[in-house]
Design a protein around this ligand. Structure first.
Ligand SMILES: NC(=O)c1ccc[n+]([C@@H]2O[C@H](COP(=O)([O-])OP(=O)(O)OC[C@H]3O[C@@H](n4cnc5c(N)ncnc54)[C@H](OP(=O)(O)O)[C@@H]3O)[C@@H](O)[C@H]2O)c1
Length: 215
């Protein structure tokens, strides 16, 4: 299986890369710098995302994992002074526009394999959990969830299943040291969910440990 993972340099993405490689699969990973054999892709730059497509060429892609994400407004609560426009622009670009552009760029490769797409959203993107903080991150992950649901419908005719996932609260740079699970626990659970994804389950929004999450 050929797996493409965005944001494979650290955190959940790096653990997913290690998990698939240990199982004998071929992994193409991205990061901003491209260090360590990854493809350099800056997710705010559409030209850079097209470079990912050029690097992969016409190789079939069995699974595209849109994992790269940004959480700049962590701890932000101030409606009066917080949430500057530039922060909205950057975070929406990485968390929403980039997953769409990655799917678009790799559509021929996904079609060639009858592949699947996994989008890393978050429970914070659920409209049932509108807690009134981190407004940009929440809006971006709600949009990523909505994007995944629409792609599931739009790609049904191509036989490409799309799932949307909450990876848990994970001990990464983003999740912090007091988060509840390790990147490896998250990756192992997510890989099982991705394996279960198919035409009959396309459009799922699930947690890393297999529970359906409210949209
Ligand atoms: N950790 C959690 O508790 C948690 C909870 C819910 C959802 N999530 C979601 O799960 C996914 C993985 O989270 P994580 O905790 O593993 O995050 P992380 O440790 O902060 O890693 C983020 C990854 O995204 C890449 N990235 C960020 N901005 C980028 C940009 N502008 N261009 C290209 N790549 C960029 C980073 O690459 P560089 O190394 O090059 O910067 C890195 O590989 C994210 O989508 C996140 O929103 C995480």
């Amino acid at each position: 299986m050929h797996v493409v993972i965005t944001g494979a340099s650290r955190g959940v993405g790096a653990a997913l890369k290690a998990t698939y490689e240990a199982a004998g699969h071929t992994v193409t990973g991205t990061s901003r710098s491209g260090a360590g054999g990854l493809i350099p892709v800056e997710m705010t730059d559409p030209d850079s995302i097209r470079g990912l497509s050029a690097a992969i060429g016409d190789a079939p892609v069995d699974l595209l994992i849109c994992n790269a994400g940004l959480y700049l407004d962590k701890g932000e609560t101030s409606l009066d002074t917080g949430y500057p426009a530039a922060m909205w622009t950057e975070q929406l670009a990485v968390n929403v526009t980039a997953p769409f552009l990655c799917v678009q760029a790799l559509l021929p490769n996904l079609r060639a394999a009858g592949g699947k797409v996994a989008i890393l959203s978050s429970q914070m993107g659920s409209s049932t959990l509108a807690k009134g903080n981190a407004l940009i991150y929440r809006a971006s992950k709600a949009a990523a969830l909505n994007l995944g649901l629409n792609l599931a419908t739009a790609l049904k005719g191509d036989g490409i299943a799309v799932g949307i996932y909450h990876p848990g609260w994970v001990q990464t740079d983003m999740g912090g040291g007091s988060a509840s699970i390790t990147p490896q626990e998250s990756a192992t659970g997510l890989a099982a969910r991705f394996a279960a994804l198919g035409p009959d389950t396309t459009g799922v929004f699930e947690t890393w440990d297999g529970r359906a999450h409210a949209i």
